[in-house]
Design a protein around this ligand. Structure first.
Ligand code: ADP
Ligand code: ZN
Length: 620
């Protein structure tokens, strides 16, 4: 088929966007990407999670003649995507090991009859000889390779089968291929282009900023109490709470349930059945909080996760970005919140040093940890620092992170640092922070008496700071490279060469002034709950969504996203044309769900008109 002229492609794409997907405008590079692929060019797309990658191959597949082929590594994601497309009236199917023989035969036959618009397929299945021979006989409109970083041998998601995808042009000559990923390093970019043989590909790089996510890092004091404050007013919202250990996951989940949340644990130590069950409930029900280790998240495509909380420090900026990126894929406001303290720094250091990997690898891990710690301690805009780590420059402050919303105060900690460091020195560099703080604060613990540390010169010279304040000093001394927790000596703090500069008064140390208030100054949440007047209709709309979801056997967000419901709440449509104007409502969904929602809104309007006031109006 000759490529259609540009203008025509754009009109068609816009038409599908509105009528099928129910959206008004393309985002970022979407339109240009769709135009390139539809015109038969190869493309590489780097876009953050939630950026809208799927549309970039779905629309070209629909415009070009033939069927779109989507290579995807995760079975759970395939099922989800196919179900979502079917709700939009698109004929989608998948081929993977989860199908029974009969189901597979049915899909095969519909493909042969040309009844499918888009088919998802696992790489290992696609690259089997029989499959390639068969599919190359069919009319293929475009090939999308999702999660394309799986082809990168240095990345952590490497999949052997992805390397074979480089042979696709031999079997599908002239069919445009589009590779997509949310992993952005320069190295993996080059590897994708080479290993997938994406000749002449246009490369589209979207900003990795997630403006709807608000970043907050608070100094850890009592993490349970802090989590409780953070979650106040978040009942009924879906979220993820990450912890480092299975034990902590279990304890936190139990505690949240006792506090009235629908919380479920998830970690590698749970049996398969519970894990699957918990993940399923998280996707299918509104308002579940998953408390999890990093075992949770791969393949989670839930758009309405409203918060991601970290009770422990993640391993690197990359992990942090990926884990928090699971929040707010639908573009609505979401929170990324973390508490972080001295113990995290010590623990992460220990994890690196106690591993049996090579020195080179440890050095690499250490520098990754340093970058993350630097970010935690940063007094500037968090988003700016985060983006610059990924190579993106940004000039202005974001206004949607903790340091922008409440600028950090700093203080001259030089003299107190000298006090602490000399206490380390006088006690022989053999103790951890807790004991050293006891000595400085003049607390005669058994250990202090046993070692005679109540007789040394640094005894009681630090009573003016409380325990939390001293811990904040120690944390910043470690992060700044003046102290080192030695894992070979049970985390005893040792002085580094840098520390000498502090003793010699060669540098001034301006530290973050951490605030340890029990009740933080009330600040406006990024996530808005609805006005109390709107509450009854909001509940009615959500109930309607849940019951339709149950009826169709799909998660509520596949009926409508929160944003769509919120627009209904505000515009109170009374006829179909008004519903169509709402974002996320296309023709298929209008037909399927429109009448039900209009009826819900109508019933609500009638019930509110029956107030005594309006009745007397009618009589007079
Ligand atoms: P990604 O695969 O990049 O993580 P998705 O393709 O799943 O992102 O899209 C994320 C969300 O954004 C989806 O809910 C999708 O419907 C929505 N979306 C994508 N493009 C648009 C658009 N142009 N306008 C409105 N919503 C969009
Ligand atoms: Zn900011």
């Amino acid at each position: 088929m000759p490529a259609a002229p540009n203008v025509d492609v754009r009109t068609k794409a816009q038409d599908i966007l509105q009528k099928t997907f129910g959206f008004e405008q393309f985002r970022g590079h979407q339109q240009a990407i769709i135009a390139a692929v539809t015109e038969g060019k190869n493309a590489l797309v780097l876009m953050p999670t939630g950026g809208g990658k799927s549309m970039c191959y779905q629309i070209p597949s629909l415009i070009r003649s033939g069927m779109g082929l989507v290579v995807s590594p995760l079975i759970a994601l395939m099922q989800d995507q196919v179900a979502a497309l079917q709700q939009l009236g698109i004929r989608a199917a998948f081929l993977n090991s989860s199908l029974s023989l009969t189901e597979r035969r049915e899909v095969t036959e519909s493909l042969n009859r040309g009844e499918i618009d888009i088919v998802y397929i696992a790489p290992e299945r696609l690259m089997q000889d029989g499959t390639l021979q068969w599919l190359s006989q069919l009319s293929i409109s475009a090939i999308a390779i999702d999660e394309a970083h799986c082809v990168s041998q240095w990345g952590h998601d490497f999949r052997k089968d992805y390397l074979l995808l480089g042979q696709l042009p031999r079997f599908f000559p002239g069919v445009p291929r589009i590779a997509l990923t949310a992993t952005a390093t320069e190295v993996s970019r080059r590897e994708i282009l080479e290993n997938l043989a994406l000749d002449g590909a246009e490369v589209f790089i979207e900003s990795f900023d997630r403006p709807n996510i608000r970043y907050t890092v608070a100094p850890k004091s009592d993490s349970k109490a802090q989590l409780r404050l953070f979650l106040a007013g978040m009942h009924g919202m879906s979220g993820i709470v990450y912890c480092l250990s299975r034990k902590k996951v279990e304890a936190t989940a139990r505690w949240l349930v006792d506090s009235g949340f629908k919380a479920l644990p998830y970690h590698a130590g749970l049996d398969d059945q519970s894990r699957t069950e918990h993940q399923k409930r998280f996707l299918a029900e509104d308002g579940i909080v998953i408390v999890a280790t990093i075992a949770f998240g791969m393949g989670i495509d839930k758009p309405d996760v409203r918060f991601v909380a970290h009770l422990d420090l993640p391993g690197s900026m990359e992990s942090y970005y990926q884990e928090t990126g699971r929040a707010g894929r639908d573009g609505e406001p979401a929170e990324a919140w973390m508490v972080y303290g001295l113990q995290d720094v010590v623990q992460r250091n220990r994890m690196i040093e106690s591993g049996d990997s090579s020195d080179e690898f440890k050095q690499h891990e250490r520098s990754k940890l340093d970058a993350l710690l630097g970010w935690c301690e940063s007094t500037g805009c968090r988003r700016k620092t985060l983006l610059s780590y990924f190579g993106e420059k940004r000039d202005s402050r974001c206004g949607n992170c903790d340091t922008c919303l409440k600028p950090v105060k700093t203080w001259d900690a030089t003299v107190d640092c000298q006090r602490f460091l000399s206490c380390v020195y006088r006690t022989g560099q053999r103790f951890g922070a807790a004991h050293l703080i006891d000595v400085l604060r003049g607390k005669s613990s058994d250990k202090v008496v046993q070692y005679g540390h109540d007789k040394i010169s640094t005894w009681q010279i630090g009573e003016h700071l409380n325990q939390n304040e001293w811990r904040s000093v120690v944390r910043q001394l470690i992060v700044g490279g003046f102290l080192f927790p030695d894992p070979g000596a049970f985390g005893a703090l040792k002085l580094t060469n840098q520390a000498r500069k502090v003793f010699r008064n060669e540098i001034t140390l301006n530290f973050r002034l951490d605030s340890f208030e029990k009740t933080p100054t009330p600040k406006k949440r990024s996530i808005q709950s609805v006005d109390s007047d709107d509450e009854p209709l909001w509940v009615a709309l959500k109930d309607k969504r849940s019951s339709l979801a149950a009826e169709y056997g799909i998660p509520p967000y596949m009926v409508f996203h929160d944003r769509t419901l919120r627009e209904m709440l505000h515009s109170r449509p009374s006829r179909e044309s008004e519903l169509l104007a709402i974002s996320g409502i296309g023709e298929a969904k209008l037909k399927k769900f429109g009448a039900e929602f209009l009826a819900t809104i109508r019933r609500y309007a009638e019930s509110t008109q029956l107030t005594p006031d309006s009745e007397s109006d009618v009589e007079s």
